[in-house]
Each structure stands twice: as structure tokens, then as C-alpha cells.
Design a protein. Structure first.
Lengths: 113, 437
């Protein structure tokens, strides 16, 4: 048995979720969705991934205040995260007008599994 | 006596994104009471509201609208279209009405038609501002008289009532400016006394068309049938299915909170919502609750022009340059700053490195006229020729894929108005005209 905490016991969020995706929720917010295929995967993830606001702030390297919410939505086997956009959608300097490619740090985040 | 059921067919999630002919035929064969389609979104960004143009293509919108009007004419089904022309201002609305008139003229259709404007009168907004009746939505920037003065265009997201008024006035086709997406899906249902919470939830699922069905590819339609205690959704496309997961997951889409959704005059609460698999392709939804808002509010959307943009796209292959990329960019910036010290913003998107996620400067460059071409021309020549440590490929740093290399993208707009305004009459802001094409 490898020692706990080694990579052998970990997976990425993208390995175990059916979808990990991002999109604008209006021009001032981003929403990240982690959706699972089964209730079992969803419950296991909620039970052990420890993805609270602090963890999301660390994954994205953003201030805690910019992580607006982490919501569990059991009917869709989904965890939803709302972030404040660093820059309003489409304003000068924005790099992702639809906010559709902001999910990768979350998708590649490693969790115990 | 209220009817027992009402069927709404949304043939697509966005007017102009294509309607599969088989789905259209099968959907219409179900004899829907209403054909409703969303024609806009705020997602493509502030440019379209500012410039007064649609993000959808005219030819494609025309093709989709022809299919919808042919079905409406053949089966006498009312048609409701919201957020016309994408951003839903008067320029956008009139663009769609012109396409509509063209089709009607060619085909000899004479629907009684309502046009509903969503552009908001600025004097009225100034008075509401003075009354303290406008508050920011999703941000902390209070609206000022300056914002109202400088805004290129301001629209309000109408609720259900303007559509209901148009239906009551006898309109067979309603074409409206900026609207709450589910409003056109549910105006008939509210007039006929169906439950408000279920009606709003049904509209929320219909507004993206087939997106609530799996597999989620291509533009496609969705059918919903509303009863007094529940509603069902199913895709007309026999190759797709609605499942509890596909429908529940759609409740997440483009929303920060899946349990709570606000709209003009109220909100729906999904905590007690039940999603049940009625049959292989049909999902039944019940339990969604309506909560009346203390004040009826309209969401305002406005943009202002903050400058102009010129861009260039170029590739880099030299591994020495790539290893010194930060110093290279610093050299470009300092060369440009020698001639143009301020009044612009130079953004480098380094694709293959951090072009999407890279940290972004927050300063704003206000430009009264277009200096972007001059700044970019200097930036391009500097980028082509500045040095970096260890440089060996001294003839030129960049591979330009196009000539001309500099692309003027035109005025740059930013969202400056995203606020709620309290109103007394849900219809008063949204002027309606009736006509027959």
C-alpha cells in the first residue's frame, strides 16, 4: 500500500467528474460546475474533496472574497462555484469573453480518492 | 375554466443558430399552443449592445425565422420572440423586424404583429436615480448621472407582462427587444392561470432549446407541456432524451445559484423541486415554488465606449526568444512607451503560455479618438525587431500569418450599467406598436 497522500491515492477532479465546466453568470460573475454521473460519485466527492471557498481561492490564486459561493446541488449531482470576474466580460484586457475556458485549474486539481 | 394543459415548443436555443428540419416537423406535429424563441444574450459581450449590431448572422436568422413563420402560418400557432437582434436595443429590434417583413412580404403572411421596445428613456432613469430606486447587480458600483450621460445604449430586461399585454391586444406574432429569457415561453401560460413557479421553471428550461436534452450537441428544440401541478419536457428529436440528470444539470447553466432564480417581479425556489423520469425520453418537474418580490424591478444593461482596439496576431518559434519572453515583452513595452507614454493599454495574450488564464491589468484607458492603430503599428515594429538576451535570429522576431498584420477591431465598449430599477408598472417602460406586415 502506498502511503496516504501519495499520488497513487489521488485523482484529478476531471478524472472522476462527468463534466467540469465554466461560464459567465452575467458579465460580473463566473460559474464553475462539477457534475458527476452517479449519486455515489457525487456523495464521495462532497464527502472527501474538501472543496470549500478557501480551497478554491488557493487553486485559482485569487482572494477569498472573490470566491462568492460553493453550492451543492444534489438533484444534478453537481457542485457549483461562483467567482467574481477579475475584469468585466468583454472589457479591455479580458481574455475570455464567455468565461468558457476558466475551468482547467479546477479540472486538474488533485484530490484523495 | 382554465385549460388542463398547455404545450410550448422552443425550436432552438438561439434564433439564427439553426433548426434541424426533422425536429421542427416533429415538434409542430405535437400541435404546440405556442412557438417561442430566445433571440439574444448578454454573453457575447458589450460590443453588440454598443455597436447596435447582432452577434447572429442575418442569413441564418432569416432561414430560422422562415421555418418558424411557415409553421405558425400553416397551423395558426402564435409566435413570441424575445431579445431580438441579440442585444435587444431598438437598432437590433428593427433589424429583426426588417427580416420579418421581408419574409412576410415574400410569402404573403399578414400576422397581427406586436413590436415591443426595450430601450429605456434616460430622463426617466435620471428621475429614478434621484429617487434612489436604482441599485447595482452583482457588483458594487453605484450608478451615476455620468453613466447615464455617457452610455451608448441602455436596455431593460422586460418581464412577462409586456408579452401578456401584446397577446391580449390580439398579436399573433410578438417581436420584443431585451427580455427575461423565459418570459416569452410563459406569457400564454400566465394568462391562462397556470402556476407561476412552474411556468417560470418551464421557461428557464425552454430558453436554451435542446440544451436540456442529451446528447447535448448542435442547435435543437425542446417541447414542454404544462399542467396545473407539474410540467414535462422532452426533445422532439427522437435521437435525444431528457433525463433527470440532463434536466437538473440545465438548472445550473449560466447561473450562480441553482436553487434560486430572480426575475422581474419575483423569484423561483428549487429546494423542493422534484425531477422524475416519466418515460425514456420525458422528465416531469414539480414542486418549484414562486416567491413574490417586495418590489417589481427591471434589470438594466448599458455600455459605454471606452476606446478603440487594433490587434495583430503573430507566432514565435525561436526557442531562445521563448525562453526570454518576459524580457522581450518588457523591451517592446518600453519602446512603445518612449513615444506613447500613456492614454492606451497594451495587452499581450501569450497563447501556448498563459493567453487565457494570464493575470490581467485592471487599469482603463479612455480614448477620445482612435489612437490604437498608431500604438499598435509601433508595437508591431518594436515586437518584430527588439532584442532579448541571447538573440541569434536578428532579422525578425515574429511570424505574421496575415498581411495586413494590423487589424482594426473598432470601438471598444464596456458594460457600465448592470443595475436594477424599481418600477410601478411592468409595462410602462416597454412601448408597444401593433402592425400587420
Amino acid at each position: 500500500m502506498p502511503p496516504s497522500g501519495s499520488l497513487a491515492n489521488t485523482v484529478t477532479v476531471g478524472d472522476v467528474a462527468a463534466f467540469v465546466t465554466s461560464k459567465n453568470a452575467g458579465p460580473y460573475k463566473l460559474t464553475l460546475d462539477i457534475v458527476f454521473s452517479t449519486a455515489a460519485d457525487y456523495e464521495r466527492f462532497v464527502g472527501q474533496a474538501g472543496l470549500d471557498r478557501e480551497a478554491i481561492a488557493a487553486i485559482y490564486g485569487i482572494p477569498l472574497a472573490d470566491v462568492l459561493d460553493v453550492i451543492h446541488f444534489a438533484p444534478a449531482f453537481a457542485v457549483k462555484i461562483a467567482l467574481r470576474r477579475r475584469i468585466t466580460a468583454g472589457a479591455a484586457g479580458d481574455s475570455d469573453v464567455y468565461g468558457a475556458q476558466q475551468h482547467v485549474p479546477l479540472m486538474q486539481h488533485r484530490i484523495a480518492w | 375554466m382554465a385549460p388542463d394543459s398547455l404545450t410550448v415548443f422552443a425550436p432552438q436555443g438561439m434564433l439564427g443558430y439553426g433548426i434541424p428540419e426533422r425536429s421542427m416537423r416533429l415538434g409542430v406535429e405535437r400541435r404546440p399552443d405556442v412557438l417561442a424563441v430566445d433571440a439574444g444574450s448578454i454573453d457575447p459581450g458589450p460590443h453588440y449592445l454598443g455597436a447596435g449590431v447582432s452577434f447572429t448572422n442575418r442569413r441564418s436568422v432569416r432561414k430560422d425565422l422562415e421555418m418558424i413563420l411557415d409553421a405558425a402560418h400553416a397551423h395558426r400557432i402564435p409566435v413570441l420572440i424575445g431579445s431580438a437582434g441579440g442585444a435587444g436595443g431598438d437598432a437590433h429590434l428593427d433589424w429583426l423586424i426588417e427580416i420579418y417583413r421581408e419574409i412576410c412580404r415574400e410569402r404573403g403572411y399578414s400576422f397581427r404583429t406586436a413590436r415591443i421596445s426595450a430601450e429605456i428613456d434616460r430622463d426617466w432613469l435620471r428621475r429614478r436615480l434621484a429617487d434612489g430606486a436604482i441599485s447595482p447587480l452583482d457588483h458594487d458600483n453605484a450608478l451615476t448621472a455620468g453613466h447615464l450621460e455617457r452610455a451608448t445604449r441602455i436596455v431593460g430586461q422586460m418581464g412577462y407582462e409586456p408579452f401578456m399585454r401584446a397577446i391580449e391586444a390580439g398579436a399573433e406574432v410578438v417581436i420584443a427587444g431585451r427580455a427575461f429569457d423565459p418570459a416569452m415561453m410563459g406569457a400564454h401560460a400566465l394568462l391562462r392561470g397556470f402556476d407561476r413557479g412552474l411556468t417560470v421553471h418551464m421557461g428557464k428550461l425552454l430558453e436554451c432549446g435542446g440544451a436540456a436534452a442529451y446528447p447535448r450537441h448542435g442547435s435543437d428544440g425542446l417541447l414542454a407541456t404544462l399542467h396545473h401541478d407539474s410540467f414535462t419536457v422532452e426533445p422532439p428529436n427522437p435521437d435525444k432524451v431528457c433525463t433527470v440528470a440532463s434536466v437538473a444539470a440545465h438548472s445550473l447553466y449560466e447561473r450562480a445559484n441553482p436553487y434560486h432564480m430572480e426575475f422581474p417581479g419575483g423569484a423561483i425556489d428549487l429546494h423542493a423541486t422534484r425531477f422524475e423520469q416519466e418515460s425514456e425520453r420525458v422528465v416531469r418537474i414539480s414542486g418549484t415554488r414562486y416567491i413574490e418580490a417586495p418590489h417589481y424591478t427591471i434589470k438594466l444593461e448599458g455600455v459605454e465606449r471606452v476606446g478603440y482596439r487594433t490587434i495583430a496576431i503573430a507566432g514565435v518559434r525561436d526557442p531562445i526568444l521563448i525562453s526570454r519572453f518576459d524580457e522581450y515583452v518588457t523591451n517592446i513595452r518600453s519602446r512603445v512607451a518612449e513615444r506613447y507614454p500613456d492614454g492606451y493599454r497594451l495587452t499581450v495574450h501569450s497563447y501556448g503560455r498563459n493567453g487565457v488564464m494570464g493575470s490581467i491589468e485592471a487599469a482603463r484607458a479612455e480614448q477620445p479618438f482612435d489612437t490604437s492603430a498608431a500604438v499598435l503599428a509601433l508595437t508591431r515594429s518594436a515586437a518584430l525587431h527588439v532584442t532579448y538576451p541571447g538573440r541569434k535570429g536578428i532579422a525578425g522576431n515574429l511570424a505574421f500569418p496575415f498581411s495586413p498584420s494590423d487589424i482594426a477591431v473598432g470601438p471598444v465598449y464596456e458594460f457600465t450599467i448592470h443595475h436594477l430599477v424599481k418600477v410601478e408598472d411592468p409595462c410602462a417602460l416597454f412601448a408597444m406598436d401593433l402592425f400587420t406586415p
